[in-house]
Design a protein around this ligand. Structure first.
Ligand code: NAD
Length: 360
């Protein structure tokens, strides 16, 4: 297979972890006999420096040409006081929009070697293996009307949570498709005891579910879900929810996995004619200015994003499993970065990348 991949390393540790992820992608492609065509584009602070905008037209063109995009992270402290339009993070919204990615997938897995890194008790974290599926294009982050108006005591802020049947149905189908290749259970999260959008959400999920008779469906209220993720996280397989609930609950995943540096993510759009899903893959973490340039960042979230890309955009399930297995082997060997609190001297970013590539 020919893999046509765009990389957008971005800022700070984004460049460092992307370098290691590419190393692993190159090794996997050569090991399994696939062709790899890599291109690189500018996004975020580095793009502002070089072109004056966080999301240059050339980057948009490269992303539309590629089969899949691998991103590092964006954000530089020097832009912290700039208006949103002029900040590197604006580039993120730009790339998500142009690719039309509507489902954000965050796999959360508790690796045995990292069990001590989670603040939760071992017996709660052991065996956790779930995917949180967050709707990315709708809900209260985009709904109109919005804004702040008036003054004095009557000054009022407004946001609108809104979902269409079509938006709910497509994210629901995505969740069920994923569950089919896993433990065949979907948990749909809502607040249907209070919100009309959630009542529609639950109704549409129930209507779609019979298309997947082999998959079990349960509904959970969002407040209960927040508690269950910490109390009994092993019960979850695929958990699907609207945009803001997903934004908030998916951060609980970092607690389960032991370090934010471990978490990969995949943002998926429509299926192309080739059958592959349009996809944008990135670690969950940001540009971490506090450790940038020191070769200390954990590259495993970025490397896990390569595994997600192989599986979702290219359908290369065996190759994805090989990357995940290599990550697990390296974790078991104890050769890990400082954030995972190794017993001996911490490994550098590039040492961990080399070790994973060698283990493929
Ligand atoms: P962050 O994720 O960059 O860092 C939070 C903490 O986690 C820091 O202490 C950092 O050192 C640590 N950390 C993060 N990734 C790590 C890794 N791979 N290995 C080891 N330690 C790691 O979040 P922040 O500090 O809130 O944000 C920094 C910048 O990144 C900001 O400009 C923010 O807007 C941006 N950001 C970008 C994205 C993205 O590009 N998707 C996501 C979040 C934040």
């Amino acid at each position: 297979m020919q893999l046509n991949v765009l990389t957008l390393p971005g800022d700070g540790i984004g460049t460092e972890v992307t370098r290691e992820a590419v190393k692993v992608l190159e090794k996997t492609a050569s090991k399994f006999g696939h062709g790899l065509k890599l291109s690189e584009g500018l996004l975020g602070g580095i793009a502002i420096h070089k072109t004056g905008t966080p999301f240059p037209d050339e980057t948009a063109r490269l992303a539309l040409d590629a089969d899949a995009t691998l991103m590092g992270a964006v954000g530089l402290p020097e832009f912290d006081n700039m208006p949103p339009e002029k900040r590197p993070e604006k580039g993120l919204l730009g790339i998500r929009k142009i690719l039309g990615v509507y489902a954000n997938l965050r796999p959360v897995k508790a690796y045995p070697a990292l069990i001590e890194s989670s603040p939760l008790k071992n017996n709660i974290v052991e065996g956790v293996d779930m995917i949180i599926v967050r709707e990315l294009n709708g809900g209260i982050y985009y709904g109109q009307p919005r804004g702040i108006e008036g003054s004095g005591e009557s000054e009022r802020g407004t946001n609108t949570m809104t979902y269409t049947r079509a938006e709910i149905a497509r994210i629901t189908r995505m969740a069920f498709h994923l569950a089919r290749n896993r433990r065949k259970k979907v948990t749909s999260v809502d607040k249907s005891n209070v919100l009309e959008t959630s009542q529609l959400w639950r109704r549409v999920v129930n209507e779609v579910a019979p298309e997947f008779p082999d998959v079990e469906l349960e509904h959970l209220l969002v407040d209960n879900c927040a508690m269950q993720l910490i109390l009994r996280p092993k019960q979850f397989d695929v958990v699907v929810m609207e945009n803001m609930f997903g934004d908030i609950l998916s951060d609980e995943g970092a607690v389960l996995a032991g370090s934010i540096g471990m978490l990969p993510s995949a943002s998926i759009g429509e299926k192309k004619a080739s059958g592959a899903w349009v996809g944008l893959y990135e670690p969950v973490h940001g540009s971490a200015p506090d450790i940038a340039g020191q070769n200390r960042a954990n590259p495993l979230g970025a490397i896990g994003s390569v595994a997600a890309m192989l599986e979702y955009s290219f359908g290369l399930v065996k190759e994805a499993a090989a990357v995940n297995k290599a990550v697990e082997d390296v974790l078991n060997s104890g050769q890990v970065t400082a954030d995972l609190k190794p017993k001996s001297k911490p490994a550098t970013t590039s040492e961990v990348g080399d070790a994973v590539a060698n283990a493929i």
